[in-house]
Design a protein around this ligand. Sequence first.
Ligand SMILES: NC(=O)C1=CN([C@@H]2O[C@H](COP(=O)(O)OP(=O)(O)OC[C@H]3O[C@@H](n4cnc5c(N)ncnc54)[C@H](OP(=O)(O)O)[C@@H]3O)[C@@H](O)[C@H]2O)C=CC1
Ligand SMILES: O=C(CO)COP(=O)(O)O
Length: 318
Amino acid sequence: MIGVVGAGAFGTALAIAEAAQGTEVRLWGRDAAAMAEAEASRTTPYLPGATLPPTLACTGDLADLATAEAVLLVVPAQATASFLAEHGAALPKMPLVLCAKGIDARDFRLQSQIAAAALPHATVAALTGPGFAGEIAAGLPTALTLACADGETGRVLQETLSTARLRLYLTDDVVGAELGGALKNVVAIGCGLIEGACLGASARAALMTRGFAEMTRLAVALGARPETLTGLSGLGDLSLTCGSSQSRNFRLGQALGAAEARPGGTVEGVATARAACKLGRERGVELPIAAAVADVLEGRLDVEGAMAALLARPLKSE
Ligand SMILES: NC(=O)C1=CN([C@@H]2O[C@H](COP(=O)(O)OP(=O)(O)OC[C@H]3O[C@@H](n4cnc5c(N)ncnc54)[C@H](OP(=O)(O)O)[C@@H]3O)[C@@H](O)[C@H]2O)C=CC1
Ligand SMILES: O=C(CO)COP(=O)(O)O
């Protein structure tokens, strides 16, 4: 049995993908009444049109996950620390697969660092890469990165979690995989800003490419291997989210660029932009794009001002 903790769009999509091949899955959500409603109706407001497969059970009681062979943690990145502090002891002592994409804005820790501190004896892995919840739930072909420092646990998880439609590639570079997934959200907001402000496809390609260089610089300074960033979890997810309005990060940028109201929902790149700037300052890594995105998000610059600041930087070699 696979346990999934966090019953939003992505947690439910992963639960559906695993259960679609007949695996028993238990999906936990913090709102017991909403979970009872999902269990009865076989639907969820987070994924309109999706049907929960028969082997997927919804619950509001973490004790129902006690026999899970692995647990996927899919609460938003900014909630991981408080969730593990409150409920970590109730999770089964089985590998914990971290699925959120973000850096904690309070103490600048990665998800794996938060989990290691909260559950020092747990084996943790990260699941990241290009995949929209709606597409995964619909059974469309998707490839993701599974990162685990322990090779044998990683191989078992890769076998257990891969399905006919969801193909997991394995790496032991947890820091690289996590940072690819977290930092691409910041660049996706930037690309959305360009789209919303009608600054053109050329500007978007430039921001995406220079954003990728910036992601790699910071990730390597924090211990990642550069080739991890060229894989699914970095370049793969960047290319998905920097050009699709299915991405909430891209959509937020688009709305701000067009001077429209901010859409709601989980937009991980907002907190991560600020956290990345802090980590960059600490490590002496220049992050002009993350800084420009943070400046716009926090109202210090408008899109034109941010673009002017980027264009005025000294000319560089590539
Ligand atoms: N959606 C996608 O396509 C993808 C998302 N991700 C990542 O997955 C993570 C989750 O995103 P997503 O599922 O889309 O977000 P959603 O906004 O769809 O859902 C978030 C879920 O987390 C729950 N939640 C929030 N805070 C807590 C908490 N403190 N304790 C327990 N549960 C909590 C919410 O509960 P409630 O309903 O009660 O508010 C909700 O069920 C993000 O890091 C995102 O980057 C990764 C790849 C794809
Ligand atoms: O990370 C994602 C797809 O890989 C989802 O992107 P958003 O969080 O921007 O919607």
